[in-house]
Design a protein around this ligand. Structure first.
Ligand SMILES: Nc1ncnc2c1ncn2[C@@H]1O[C@H](COP(=O)(O)OP(=O)(O)OP(=O)(O)O)[C@@H](O)[C@H]1O
Length: 273
């Protein structure tokens, strides 16, 4: 089956709660207010009117500043976020490497966690049984297989999460930048496996701030800015657009900074006279 991604006018909004601002008062008033005040529900628009298509052979780098919406878009592609408007249609099997710790049960053993996560990834139990040994071997955790997960270090958990997530191949790979954690030896080994999987995938979408990595893996770039698409096209052009966007932002920030400095010094001059 041909793999494809088609996102049409997708907007993602999420509710969040804001605690009413605290009026000045003593500790008792603070306590009573905290207990009695009803948090206000508001909505944040994380993605707005996103439209793009990806077909076989497309390896897309998601670029944008912190908070631009890259992870949110990946989550929408995995199905974790449903668009509040518009549609996200993904054809083909998906493999997502977003958060290495999601879906783990700290009280369960390593082997039990392999079953839990692999089943959540949609791998049939019969197949998971065959995957247990290769996963433990890749993570180099065979000696501690029957220990509870909570006894592992964070790097060891990351190894296990990576080994499970990459134990099967898929048509579409969705990656959030997590590389760089763990020891250099494992990161090298993980990168080699990742490159191999990327080469074998039909479509790849990777969110990253690392231009060396995106140049190595990708041929297209999608620039996100405040939850909207600023550019989608060939990688080189996307990088140029992103740099342009950054320099405009930087100029805006220095103008604002100069204005604030001028206002502050005018204020202190007034006080001095
Ligand atoms: N569940 C949520 N509720 C409210 N706001 C959220 C939620 N999840 C994300 N956000 C906000 O949405 C925006 C986009 O977040 P997202 O994690 O997608 O950004 P990003 O481009 O991946 O950033 P980074 O490069 O820092 O990883 C941010 O402003 C973030 O604070």
């Amino acid at each position: 089956m041909a793999a494809s991604i088609k996102v049409t006018g997708a907007t993602v909004q999420v509710p969040y709660y804001v605690q009413p601002e605290q009026k000045r008062g003593g500790w008792l008033a603070t306590l009573v207010n905290a207990a009695a005040a009803v948090p206000k529900r508001q909505f944040a628009t994380l993605l707005q009117d996103i439209t793009f298509e990806a077909n076989e052979g497309d390896r897309i780098a998601l670029v944008g500043r912190n908070g631009a919406g890259k992870t949110t878009l990946l989550r929408a592609l995995t199905g974790a976020f449903r668009p509040t408007q518009g549609a996200v249609a993904v054809t083909g099997s998906r493999q997502a490497l977003l958060n290495m710790s999601i879906g783990f049960n700290p009280e369960a053993t390593l082997v039990e966690n392999i079953f839990l996560r692999a089943t959540a990834m949609g791998i049939p139990a019969v197949q998971v049984r065959e995957l247990v040994d290769p996963i433990l071997d890749f993570a180099e955790l065979r000696d501690v297989a029957s220990r509870r997960l909570l006894t592992l270090s964070s790097g060891q958990k990351m190894r296990l999460g990576f080994a499970i997530a990459t134990s099967v191949r898929s048509d579409i790979m969705l990656l959030d930048e997590w590389f760089g954690t763990g020891d250099i030896y494992f990161v090298k080994k993980a990168r080699a496996r990742l490159t191999d999987h990327v080469e074998g995938s039909k479509i790849v979408v990777v969110a990253s701030h690392n231009q060396t990595l995106t140049k190595r893996l990708c041929n297209k770039g999608l620039v996100l800015d405040q939850g909207q698409i600023a550019f989608y096209g060939p990688l080189d052009a996307a990088v140029r657009e992103y740099e342009k966007l950054n320099s405009i932002r930087q100029r805006g920030a220095s103008v604002a900074e100069r204005a604030t400095r001028a206002a502050t010094s005018a204020g202190s001059n007034q006080h001095a006279t």
